[in-house]
Ligand binder design. Sequence first.
Ligand code: ATP
Ligand code: MG
Length: 464
Amino acid sequence: MRTIEQFLAYIPLRLRLALWFTGALGAILLLVGVFIYWQTQRTMLSQIDHALELAAVQATLNIESREDRLVFQNLDENRIQEQHLDDDFVVYLLSPNGAVWEKLGNNNQEPVYTTLPAGYASRKEHGEAWRILSQEVAVNGIAGNLQVRQDMELLENALKDLRQQMALGLPLALLLAGLGGFWLASQALQPIDTMTRTAQAITADDLSQRIGHRGPADEIGRLAQTFDGMLDRLQTAFDRERRFTGDAAHELRTPLTVLKGSIGVTLRKPRDTMDCMETLAVMEGEVDRLIRLSNDLLFMARLDQKQLRLGREWIELEPFLGAVLDQIRPLAMAKAIRLEETIPNDLRVLGDIDLLIRLFLNLLDNAIKYTPQAGTVQVSATQTSGQVEIAIRDSGSGIAAAHLPQLFERFYRAEADRARRPGQNGQGGAGLGLAIAQEIARAHGGRITVTSEVGVGTTFTVWL
Ligand code: ATP
Ligand code: MG
């Protein structure tokens, strides 16, 4: 059994399917064939037996005794012959010890069976098969033996034909079925071949290959679709990763270029302490930026790798948001921005307090950063069906609708040239703030949405 399995494992699947199919069909055809053969034989034999019985009844009615033997009385030989229309039909009337008293029928060569028990029997003689009905008869105390017999050539021939047809038809049917099965299996498996070739053609550099299976959404169709879908996701992930690396390198290079420039300018000629202090202050700003950037990157890497262990504690929203607002207040005061809060004091959320501080600091930092002098920033919270909804609304510049879909992507900035201007501490963000905020919200099973109108203001809503 094991060796058969091992052997089968080397045969291509389409051939294996065709073989199984043909084998099963062969077994079924064989069974059906045997049944038909047996059934035909039985029916024909019972027809012969019936004819024999009729003849026997007719013959018995016409037996009479003459002296010490039995004879057929005015039995018209031709009538039996006509009724049975058969040269190979013979009627014997025998004495108990087997001597022939009477015989009807043309066939002369056949032997006489004296020892037959009463009933039906099949005998073969000189290559001819006979069906014989043997009966005891007695008239006026004289006993004899009536034998009615028929040549079974017809039946034998019919069965022989049947056997020949089967012996020819079965292999032919199996051959056709095998070929058909192989063709069907090949058709069905062809998309899998395509998939294999596609998968082989895929490298990390070229994820653009697709199977593009056109056909019904059956098992194969679904597999092909799943495969294509997986490739789509892979490609998106790869593209994002590539863009991310490029953006990160770019973000790192900008402050480094500024640092390098400042150092170069300062070193060109001797400077007094004041000059040096000024340059160092600029340099410190850039270094701060670098530190912030690397912290953000590190933080995101941890989030991606799910390395951050999320604290879970109940946080009272009102004091919590109050403290966050206090942290940001100096920035707001510097731009004369009014901070308003409407937070019911019975709201609580479950989560990691450090991460949530970071989330709201990022959103509030943006709100203040992108709101001009003397604007307002409102923070409000409400409870809606098991969720807490915290909205941060500003009266700032707003964001064009075209930017909204990508806003939460890493390094994405709506107004790239303004924000990327180096040297402006605080203003030159990297575009990671919203990405981080969104990741934190997701880690808490929540999300952040944004609505904005250019020139009117922006509202970020956190659902927790
Ligand atoms: P970082 O937060 O990393 O210092 P950033 O603030 O530029 O940099 P994000 O916080 O991710 O980056 O914000 C992405 C972009 O979305 C910003 O560059 C800005 O163009 C836009 N944006 C975010 N918040 C607001 C807001 N309240 N009003 C207008 N534009 C905003
Ligand atoms: Mg930001």
